[in-house]
Design a protein around this ligand. Sequence first.
Ligand SMILES: Cc1ncc(COP(=O)(O)O)c(C=O)c1O
Length: 390
Amino acid sequence: MTFDTPISRAGSHCSKWDMMKPLYGLTPDEGLAMWVADMEFKPPQVVQYALQKMLDHGVYGYFGDDRKYLDAIRWWMANRHGWEVAPEWIFTTHGLVNGTALCVHSFTKPGDAVVLMTPVYHAFARVIKAAGREVTECPLVLEDGTARMDFAAWEKLLTGREKMLILCSPHNPGGRVWTADELRAVADFCVKHDLLLVSDEIHHDLVYPGQKHMVMAKAAPQIADRLVMMTATTKTFNIAGAHIGNVIIADPALRKTFANTINAMGISPNSFGMHMATAAYSPEGATWVDALMRYLDGNRKLFDEGIARIPGLRSTPLQATYLAWVDFSATGMTPEEFIERVQKVAKIATNYGASFGLGGETYLRFNLACPRAQVAEAVARLERAFSDLQ
Ligand SMILES: Cc1ncc(COP(=O)(O)O)c(C=O)c1O
């Protein structure tokens, strides 16, 4: 299989294609599903073999003995990210939305506030609010289309109730790879305002050639006593349905608190996820990710060239992630007007920018992790839908 091979997912109970009709009014035949952040690709063979081995064995009981899993994480983090992780630091959760929710429950109380740098992954605000906590939205600023942090402005927005900051690194949406200096500035901000820092690094492997992701724990080792790291195999290897993620905590006191929450919520590993993730974090998995990023690099270039041909549309240069972030503000249209064109005329299902919080209102997010022909088709449809602007 190559990344060019189309795989029909309609009718497979996948959220991206099978929820497109109820949510966007588009059938899989007419619509292009470019919203949910998963990929149209099969994972590497090594993951498929691990699953096949389970099927051949045919008994699906409770999981036990996570030594291979923990060692695979240790290997991946040391080899790909230069970060040494001790096995006892690692908790396995049912994905990172689950990890975020567990952090919110562990380290904040109802009525406390959590700082988010918006626009940012929408599920953060959802779980924070559902837990009876508040969100303090700190908008990123744009300099030449590149997102930057603005700590001086953010200080004025703090209410004094903030206990935690959730960082998205690399950032979704917009695909910024934060520099070591930016990460250290986030760490300083957290120290200054006594915030626990949760660093969601789920996109850390999806970094384009020429960019280097820096792990927060490496950038600011001095804040280990207020740092919770979150990583996962799921985004990298397209196994999000396995619902598995890692919450990695070096500090013993924070770890004890988090362990209590895990016990209180009755969380234990999903054996399918454990087998798949262990297989993925391997030399074969690494070779596959390198090939994936070369392919996605081609997709992002094709998409950006197409968007650049449409007056009024501006695609944010991605440093990481396969999630294109397109600004429609220069069309002069309201969000309702440009969404109508993209959804009803081009028949493309995207994520609405406003759902990512302050600063996202004039944007749509397009998922480019699909065969290149689909990216080309999306561009052609957008050019037609906005042809009167030419
Ligand atoms: C920053 C970020 N965190 C978490 C998730 C989802 O994590 P999970 O599927 O492990 O719950 C996503 C999905 O797009 C994401 O972008």
